[in-house]
Structures are given as C-alpha cells and as structure tokens.
Ligand binder design. Sequence first.
Ligand code: ZN
Length: 375
Amino acid sequence: MARQKKMRIQDVCGLLNQLYPPFLAEDWDHVGLQAGDPLAEVSRVLICLDVEEKTVAAAVEEKAQLIIAHHPLIFRPLTRITPQDETGRTLFAALRQGVAIFCAHTNLDRASNGLNDWLATRLGMVNSLPLEHSAGQLLKLVVFVPQGHEEQVAAALFDAGAGHIGHYDHCAFHSSGTGQFRPGAATNPFIGQPGVDEKIAEIRLETIIPAALAARVVQKMCKAHPYEEVAFDLYPLANQRQDLGLGRIGFLPAPLAAGDFFTQVKQQLALDHLRVAGPQNRLIHKVAVCGGSGVVLMSEALRQGADCLVTGDVKYHDAQRARSEGLTLIDAGHFATEILMVHPLTQVLTRAADERQWPVEFIPNKGEQDSFSWI
Ligand SMILES: [Zn+2]
C-alpha cells in the first residue's frame, strides 16, 4: 500500500498565497501565518470568519491543526501575550494545543474568485467586475524559447501567476522566428558550441503578469527554460488587470423592483432586517457590492452608474449622502456580507487539495454569530 503523503502547514499556506496573493492585501493589513509552526503536519483545517478562543476549541474538537480565518487575530502590535484579553487567550490556547492560525483578509477581498465575487454571485449578479482596480499594475513579459520547449515554459509561467486577463487564464501569444547567439568560452550551452555563432528556431512567448509577482514569475520561468542564459524582457504597461480589486459591480439578470431586491438580499444573506437609505421606489439593475466596510466605494459606485450599493458598517452621513445622490444604499451588516466566505473558501481549497492529491480536509466552522442582534 502506498504511504499516505504527509502535508505540512507551509504547503497549505503556499496554496493560499497562490490563490490569494499577499500583494493584494492593504499595506495596513496583516495576512498570512500569524501563529504556529510552518513545518508541523496538517491533515484537517477549520475555516472561519473570526478566530477566537472558542474557535480554537472547535478546531481541537474537529482534530484540525490549522485555522484559516478572514479577520486577522493579531492586528495591532501586541505588547503582551497573557490570558487577560481575548487575543492573548486565543493565542495561548492555539499554541498550547498545536493549532496554527492563518489569515486571508483584504487579499481575499480583492482576489479573483474571492469574497466579493462570492457575495456578488450570492446576490444573483452576473458579469461582475471589481468596482475599484487598485491592485492590477501589470507588466508584459516576453521570453525567447527554443522551439519544442515553449509549452513547458508557458506552463511554469501560468503556474507562477502569469496570463490572467479578465475571466480568462493561460493567456499568451506565440510567434516564431530565429534566435541568434554566440556562446562564450566558459559556457555550457544547451545548443551550439562555445565561440561559434548559432542560429536556431525560437518562439517569442509573451504574456502578462501582475507587477508584484515579477520576481517569482521570472525565477520559475528561468527554472523551466532550457538555456543557461535566458533572454527575456519586462515592459511596464498602462493597462491594468481587470479581475483584481475591491468590491464588485455587475447586473442582475433582469431589473427588479427595489422591494423585491431587498427581499432577495435578506433571503440570500439569511437576514430578518436590512438598513436601507436612498430611493426605494425604483428598479434595481446595476448593483455594486463590497463585503464588510465598503462604503468607501460609494463614489466609485456612483461614478459607474450603480443603482444600488450593498455593504456593511454604514454611518449616518453615508446614508445622508446616498439619499442626496440618489443611490439606494443597503447596509446588510459587516457579518452577513462576510460570513458567506466560509463555504466557498472551503470548496475552493477542497478542490485544490483534491487536484494535488493532498490528504487534507477542509471543514467549515459552524455556529459563528453576529455580535449585533435586533431587539
Ligand atoms: Zn471584515
């Protein structure tokens, strides 16, 4: 019988960083592994919105060695770790019980197939794109590959995060030509001989990469490339990646009366109440969403002609502005617009682990509750 592959915390962290790259997180945010040993073994992972002392107890109950949370446990610098406050108690329990803690926060918000895509889908929106493109600085990468080796180099590029355009991935362009070089005296060329001019059929392979991934992509590309000296160019681009950024904006399949849309939002987010500002007697077709505290995107939603913005943490003056600008503003609460990340994230990670034949199970945390209730 084949021995069961052993996975480590760092393998799961690597997968999360690939799906939800840390470069997408806000500068003020703290994402990634916050507590635990990256080399410890992992077979079960608990997924939640918030990590508290009781979440660690739930992880122990589920025999999980890792918790993946949306909200960071450690947010401000800690001056002590004692059981006198919730963060200290949670860290104490986690480290004592051998449970690691990983956070995917604003990187999960901005990523493609991340929290805001899940919120948009849940509310019935189609063809949604980021409301704000803040993370999409792009580079064009051109590399010259001897004919016959272009597929392996392209695969390495895509695996490292190159080639995403909108809802398409594995995007590249191949053109053929002739490469010319003369290997130096101290070289060990893949093709040709030192000191002799060489001409060879090469493919010019070009693709697009997020600027923040350049170093990693180039490293993986050079590893997959047969030449000892790889000829490549990086060009800065004026266009930006369209599938990364905060919030989402899209359309309902058909315009809905605002009252019907409110009902739909309540049903989909399992809410009894919504707070609504702005016009209520209108049709809603173009909808903007942002999970958590997304009212900062109100100007962008207005600029792009949204009928409605669905978010949480709306304040009095935001509501006033929505009314005066004619935007229907729905405050569905911070919790309800984010707790929905638990199941899709569990599914995405389960699928990714299956594809890699990793013996790791992902389990959604049950029973998380909003700190607010309606009286
Ligand atoms: Zn949040």
